[in-house]
Structure formats: C-alpha cells, structure tokens
Design a protein around this ligand. Structure first.
Ligand code: HEM
Length: 206
C-alpha cells in the first residue's frame, strides 16, 4: 500500500513537472524566470535557443523516464523500454548541455552558477555511464546509473516544491532561496538514489 502510494506520488510529479514547460510555449508574455532576465539576455538568440531546448527536452526526459523503472513494463515491452531509453538519453544530452550553458547566466552569482553547473555535469555524466553500461550489457550497473540520472532529473521537481515552501511558508528572500535551492534540489536526491541502490543490491545478493 505504502509502495503504491509512493509510486503514485512519483509518477504524479514526474508527469506534472514534465508538462510544466509547455506553459512557456503556450504563453507569449515573459513569465517565470524570463521576467527576471535583462533585456540583453532576452534578446540573445543563443540564450533563447538554449532555454527552449532545455525546458522542452528537460520536460521530455521527466515524461519518458519514470515508466522505465516499472519492472513489469520493462519485461513485457522491451522494445518500448529501448525506444523510451533512447529518447531519454538524447533529451538529457541536449537539455543537460543547454542547462550548463544557462547556468552561466543564472541569477544569484557563483553559488547558483556552481550549483546548477555541477548538477548539469552530474546529470550528463550519470546518463553517459548508464548508456555505456547497457552497451556493455552490464544490466545491474546500467540500472544503478539510471537511478542516479533520474534522481538528478528530479531536481526539477524538488526545486518547484522547495521554492514555494521557502518563499511563502518561511517568508525568505527570493535570492537566498535560489542560492540554497541550487544545491538542495539535487544533492539529497543523489543520497536517496544511493540508498535505493544499496537496498536493491542487498535484495539481489540475499
Ligand atoms: C537536471 C539538470 C538540470 C539543470 C542543470 C538545469 C538548469 C537550469 C537553468 C540553469 C535554468 C535557468 C534558470 C535561470 O536562468 O534563472 C533552468 C530553467 C528551467 N529548467 Fe532546468 N535544469 C535541469 C533540469 C530540468 C528538467 C528535468 C526540467 C523539466 C521540467 C527543467 C525545466 C526547466 C524550466 C521549465 C526552466 C525555466 C525556469 C522555471 O520556470 O522554473 N530543467 N534550468
């Protein structure tokens, strides 16, 4: 029962935040982070292209990733698992690289730049490792790296949970919140991923 509820919450947030970038495409008015950017950034074709690629493919990575962890689906529809996996890896490659570029222009200075920059590099690295491991047919290791990769993709979800709590609930200043969340949205996720991996590996060896 508890497992089912956690799975429901996991899927709910993956789909909800995965669809969220659509708001930027459906609305012509500057919104969200766009309303805080300088006219020079908003006029930059490079920044705008990176932003659009990042949010669209970041959303797609969340939408395709969650179902890959469903063992039943994986076993019964292996070709679907492979297709979704290819879409996920390609999305991360483009969204992660453009996310790294966007990190240079982010509000909040070095603390947010390093937070999001390292998140982007870690996302790209863990996904690359998952890809290398499946090419080498090392299934367990592939799964472990995918758990880490998706835990990092989930930074996008955690960020959107923490920010309103800190702003509205704790009454903090936006800039302080942004600096904290640049790290808080992904470092604990990696720790949770390691706990899940350890638990799974214990089950396999016992
Ligand atoms: C995990 C690695 C990721 C990194 C390093 C990253 C990095 C960034 C950066 C640097 C920005 C610009 C923020 C600013 O200039 O203030 C941004 C914005 C954004 N990102 Fe990501 N991101 C990641 C994952 C994702 C994912 C998986 C999604 C999927 C929904 C996503 C959706 C967005 C959206 C919608 C924005 C616009 C800001 C907002 O409305 O909150 N990102 N991201």
């Amino acid at each position: 029962m508890k497992k089912r509820f956690l799975w429901f919450v996991f899927v709910f947030f993956a789909i909800g935040v995965g669809l969220y970038p659509l708001l930027y495409f459906l609305n012509d008015e500057p919104q969200g982070v766009l309303s805080q950017k300088t006219p020079a950034i908003l006029a930059s074709a490079a920044w705008n292209t990176a932003f659009r690629l990042h949010i669209f493919l970041g959303g797609l990575s969340l939408l395709t990733g969650w179902s890959q962890f469903n063992g039943k689906l994986r076993r019964s529809r292996l070709s679907l698992h492979r297709t979704l996996g290819k879409i996920y890896v390609t999305s991360v490659l483009i969204s992660g690289t453009s996310g790294l570029y966007l990190a240079f222009y982010i509000t909040g200075g070095m603390v947010t730049q390093w937070g999001f920059g390292l998140l982007a590099v870690s996302w790209l690295f863990t996904t690359y490792m998952a890809f290398v491991k499946i090419r080498a047919l090392e299934i367990q290791s592939h799964q472990n790296w995918m758990i880490r990769s998706y835990a990092l993709a989930f930074a996008a979800v955690m960020l959107r949970i923490y920010i309103p709590i800190m702003l509205a609930g704790l009454g903090m200043e936006f800039i302080d919140v942004y600096r904290i969340v640049a790290w808080l949205c992904w470092v604990p996720n990696l720790l949770v991923a390691e706990l899940i991996i350890r638990k799974q590996n214990k089950l396999i060896t016992s």
